[in-house]
Design a protein around this ligand. Structure first.
Ligand code: PLP
Length: 378
């Protein structure tokens, strides 16, 4: 394109593209939601800052440190180290990279033991790091079987992974037990709480699901502000119990102002840290508790409505994810899509999956259930 196009025309093109996007209102498949307005304001103000070069942006860097402090407090370790990542995928890749660096493992032999339900980002990590994944089977409630994890450990195992809020079913692994296993075996334990990290602490009885640094075996945690944290995309959090562990990722970065870098991305957005800082400070625990309590009440509403239709749940919801068995789930998903409802399906077992994010209100659920009845002819 030799000649540029005038601004007005481009803005029209952008509007046109934006209008073709699906508004969150009828989306029950996503783990993201409309960000809090204060996160949007902060994002806009800091969009030009680059945390890959933090000495040029000391103000933004201080916001990132404050985010890590707040996330650490939430996860029972105010002194935790870490940084704001692009999301759960980067956090999981970096956590496994840390374990590999710490063990100075031979990549050709090293393995990681994790639940069958762990997110596919671990497959990306394994490919990049050249390590093998050993996936342990789940029990009837879709939590990992800890005895099976123990049996998979051998002398080349470099880390264990547990999940606090599985992507498909929202289940929480028995992390207290896995923490004990990690300590017995002297292994690095990473907890993927990308989804559950901003839900579990705000449940009515959070002590039912202990998952974070209060468990002595937990060495790192992934927690995503851009999911239930109400921040803007891309905002993830990777936290470490020990600063020295994060330092295992250090790479010399001579041409920059900071000399060393431990993040996966080089140039990285300061807007994510600013947005996360703003929304966490603004909502406080009280605000998140209110949001989670509403999501859980709506989760129960959807669960009760689907049960009343005679459908069978896969598990009783632990977090704000509802899964029900329906005959030919793929066909049902497509029919719902034709009616502008966006849900997803799970594979094992096959089921319809709905994530009750803050935009999935009572009214949305009632309208959705009415349409689902038509699709299922009940
Ligand atoms: N971990 C869990 C448990 C997830 O549910 C997801 C995404 O859904 C991820 C990691 C990856 O997060 P992201 O897509 O933000 O990289």
């Amino acid at each position: 394109m030799e000649r540029g196009v005038e601004e007005e025309r481009i803005l029209e093109e952008l509007e046109d593209a934006a209008r073709r996007n699906i508004p969150y209102g009828r989306v029950l498949s996503s783990m993201c939601t409309v960000p809090h307005p204060i996160a949007l304001k902060a994002c806009k103000r800091f969009i030009v800052s680059n945390l890959g070069d933090p000495k040029l942006f000391p103000g933004t860097a201080s916001l990132e440190r404050a985010c890590i402090g707040m996330l650490g407090e939430l996860l029972h370790l105010p002194s935790a180290s870490g940084y704001i990542t692009t999301g759960g995928t980067e956090s999981n890749i970096q956590a496994l990279r840390t374990a590999r660096q710490l063990k100075k493992a031979d990549p050709g032999r090293a393995n990681i033991v994790l639940p069958e339900s762990a997110h596919y980002s671990f497959d990306k990590a394994a490919q990049m790091l050249g390590v093998t994944l050993r996936r342990a089977p789940l029990d009837d409630e879709l939590k990992v079987n800890v005895d099976a994890m123990r049996e998979l450990i051998d002398r080349d195992t470099i880390a264990l992974v547990a999940v606090a809020g599985t992507t498909e079913f929202g289940q929480v692994d028995p992390i207290e037990e896995i923490s004990g296993l990690a300590q017995d075996e002297g292994l690095f334990l990473h907890v993927d709480a990308a989804f559950g990290g901003f839900v579990i602490p705000f449940l009515e009885d959070p002590s039912r699901y202990r998952f974070d640094f209060e468990l002595p075996g937990v060495m790192s945690v992934a927690i995503d502000p851009h999911k239930m944290g109400m921040s803007t995309i891309p905002s993830g959090g990777l936290l470490y119990r020990e600063e020295g562990h994060m330092r295992a990722l250090e790479i010399s970065a001579q041409y920059l102002t900071s000399q060393v870098q431990f993040s996966l991305a080089g140039t990285r957005s300061g807007a994510s840290a600013a947005a996360t800082y703003a929304v966490m400070r603004h909502l406080g625990r009280e605000g998140y508790r209110r949001i989670v309590s509403e999501c859980m009440a709506n989760t129960k509403l959807l669960y009760d409505r689907l049960k009343a239709m005679g459908l069978e749940p896969v598990i009783k919801p632990v977090l704000n994810i509802v899964t029900f068995k329906v005959p030919d789930a793929q066909r049902v998903r497509k029919r719902l899509c034709d009616m502008n409802w966006y849900v997803s399906t799970t594979s094992r077992p096959e089921a319809l999956r709905m994530v009750v994010m803050p935009h999935v209100t009572r009214e949305v659920i009632e309208a959705y259930v009415a349409d689902l009845k038509k699709v299922l002819d009940v």
